[in-house]
Ligand binder design. Sequence first.
Ligand SMILES: [Zn+2]
Length: 273
Amino acid sequence: MIKTFLHGRLESSTFSLQKQLLAIFLLLICFSSLLFAQEPISYHPLGEWRIITSDFGYRDNPFGKSREWEFHKGIDLDVDIGDSVFAWRSGVVTFTGSNKTSGNMIQITHEGGFISKYHHLSSIDASKGDFVAGGQFIGRAGATGRVTGPHLHFTIILNNEAIDPEPYLRKVHLANSSNQHILVEKPVTIYKHISLRTFPVNGKVTIDGENMGNSPLDTRLSYGEHFVEIDAGDAYEPFVARLWVDQKFNRIYTARLQPKKDSNRAKSGASGK
Ligand SMILES: [Zn+2]
């Protein structure tokens, strides 16, 4: 009787020990999957940090004849024509082609509902249906499509909605160095890149008294306050503004030019009363 009882206890304790071990084992699996469940490895599409010349989100449409706003579904990255473009993450090329707006473009579909797009390319070096590894060379940057200069328009889509790619580009693997995990931060420089846009006209631009050339103008300005003057000719009022350049300033600066004939018309209308 006692023997049976002991035997029974022994059995149940062994069983509970097994259960505990199983529970610990399952917990370990859960924890390890939590600890090691990594985001797919991301690469910078240009292999290194680049200046963002136009941010994600609403912006003054640089192509509009009047003040128009458009939603910029990606970011524009500073390039030289011919710069190598790399796949952001591994995936399958689901579109390559060309149109008037995007120029030559590549679309890659990744796991997890992500899609990346690369616009304005000078060459497409991947084909629809290709499996590409993250950081793999897919084409060359250019200035095809609706552009004001060479840049890579880079888009990330998550579950059919465009999201800001910048946070994803802050932590990336450098292309061509697959074993190195390097945190790429914005380089600390004393200059910021600025594009002055004066559509639809060109004009002479002076900054801090120095003649910088004609707009559209790409230049690098040191941090601090700048005095900007645009002389767009007889048809426009001289544009004068103060521009503050700080570490966060890396977007296009759009000057708003006032046509002279409009103010004349307003004046003559007022005086004709
Ligand atoms: Zn763009």
